[in-house]
Design a binder for this molecule. Structure first.
Ligand code: GDP
Ligand code: ZN
Length: 461
């Protein structure tokens, strides 16, 4: 059987760990050869099977060195998928691994779907269905929650934006129809061109903005802007210290801002958090209390992640309820602290107020529950485990890939409009952009039975 070449990140990306970009397929070696500069200029296509090679991943156009790597070349059929497999071992963090993956995808590989390596092993006769099932079970056990969280929290906002863009394109297409129906009216055509250009540019700008601010990229560049909120005395500074201590934080005083903003960078399972503290968490800790409701709302708005802390040992107060109200619709992890003390909080009410956000019970004093908290943080964005991280990471990269393609299609359309191309040619590009965006929200995805089967294994539904 012959398939295209797929790629994905396939190992944990935690601190110090080596992350692997794995490729499988006929073109795997050829693709990596375009990017890999080995010692003495050797080509991977000439090396024996099952050998490891030191070198650098270099951007084929800019010649920029992206990452120092060890590349493993395994030729078919003695591989897991029975296809040619290349593994690029990167020892950098998320940023460089992501860049290597993006380069591999730009060079002709397709992003692997969840479970696709295993699916190939099965389809190529390397393993039987029950073996495939076993592998999938393993994946499933660790990713259920991660997938649910990732889908709920990450795609909600994105989907809304995407659907709006699709609507704009659809409306624009409707105008194009008018033009095609009445080509004899010059002014209609002129108007249509102007309007088309306007709308298409609008959509393009939106996509560009999305690509720029895509959660993933933003996180990788700046760290996840994280704000700790809660009433006085619930344990906010203890939490900050715990996260900072456990993860060897670097305390940064941003020059020029004196004491206005203190940022703590901590690394939670490979995910950089930028713990934001306006006016100094260490001093009063309570943003709402110190800087007033209005300003704290603004701080909250700029946060990627809210850690809302409650006291296990006290009944919920109206202030707690107000905090829930203030962070509605955001990525929130609810932390119920002081479980070493008797329970006085109404956990049912907490769950209700949390509206599906993770609720973690911890005792900072006894250092219990901190692992679960870290896992919840990781799950929100990349998910916490080896395989789980693969999955959510994949879905992010998939979005980036689709958005990039959609942007290209829109640019083609704009180019066509500007060049005075026939309107029905422009229509094709617009329709393509509309379809690509639809794939992000799952509106135009068609899956064959076998795909569904494996997707089910993988998502554990
Ligand atoms: P903040 O005002 O929200 O920042 O709360 P702090 O972090 O300053 O903690 C308030 C008090 O609660 C301190 O005396 C902490 O030692 C105590 N505290 C924090 N976490 C726990 C916990 O898990 N259990 C108990 N029993 N006390 C805690
Ligand atoms: Zn405090």
């Amino acid at each position: 059987m012959e398939f295209d070449t797929i790629a994905a990140i396939s190992t944990p990306m935690g601190e110090g760990a080596i992350a692997i970009v794995r490729l499988s397929g006929d073109e795997a070696i050829k693709i990596v050869d375009q990017l890999f500069v080995g010692v003495g200029g050797k080509q991977l296509k000439d090396v024996p099977s099952h050998t490891i090679h030191y070198g650098h991943i270099v951007h084929p156009e800019t010649k920029e060195t992206i990452e120092e790597v060890m590349v493993t070349v395994m030729k078919a059929p003695k591989t897991f998928t029975r296809e040619d497999v290349v593994e690029i071992n990167c020892h950098g963090g998320l940023v460089s691994v992501n860049r290597v993956l993006q380069l591999v995808l730009a060079s002709g590989a397709r992003l692997a779907e969840p479970g696709e390596f295993t699916k190939r092993a099965f389809l190529n006769g390397r393993i039987d269905l029950s073996q495939a099932e076993a592998v999938m079970d393993l994946i499933r056990a660790k990713t259920d929650r991660a997938m649910a969280i990732a889908l709920n929290q990450m795609e909600g906002r994105l989907s809304k934006l995407i659907r709006r863009l699709r609507q704009t394109i659809l409306e624009t297409l409707a105008h194009v129809e008018v033009n095609i129906d009445y080509p004899e009216y010059d002014d209609v055509e002129e108007m249509t061109h102007r309007l088309l250009l306007e709308r298409a540019t609008e959509v393009k700008n939106e996509i560009e903005r999305l690509l720029q601010t895509a959660q993933q990229g933003k996180v990788l560049r700046d760290g996840l802007a994280t704000v700790i909120v809660g009433r006085p005395n619930v344990g906010k500074s203890s939490l900050l210290n715990s996260l900072a201590h456990e993860n060897r934080a670097i305390v940064t005083d941003i020059p020029g801002t004196t004491r206005d903003v203190i940022e703590e960078y901590v690394n939670v399972r490979g995910i950089p958090l930028r713990l934001l503290d306006t006016a100094g968490i260490r001093e009063t800790e309570d943003i709402v209390e110190r800087i007033g409701v209005e300003r704290s709302r603004k701080v909250l708005k700029e946060a990627d992640l809210i850690l809302l802390v409650l006291n296990y040992n006290e009944p919920l107060t109206s202030e707690d309820e107000q905090l829930f109200e203030a962070v509605k619709g955001m990525d929130v992890i609810v932390i119920v602290n002081k479980t070493d003390l008797p329970k006085r909080i109404d956990m049912d009410r907490v769950k209700q107020l949390s509206q599906g956000s993770p609720v973690i019970t911890i005792s900072l004093l006894e250092e219990r529950g901190i692992d679960q908290l870290e896992e919840a943080i990781a799950s929100l964005f990349f998910s916490g485990d080896v395989e789980a991280r693969d999955l959510t990471y994949v879905s992010n990269s998939r979005h980036i890939a689709l958005l990039t393609q959609a942007k290209k299609a829109i640019e083609e359309a704009i180019h066509g409009i500007e060049a005075g191309m026939p309107i029905d040619v422009v229509q094709i590009d617009l329709t393509r952009a509309w379809e690509l965006l639809g794939e992000i929200v799952g509106d135009t995805v068609h899956e064959s039975l076998i795909d569904q089967l494996f997707a089910q294994f993988c998502l554990g539904k």
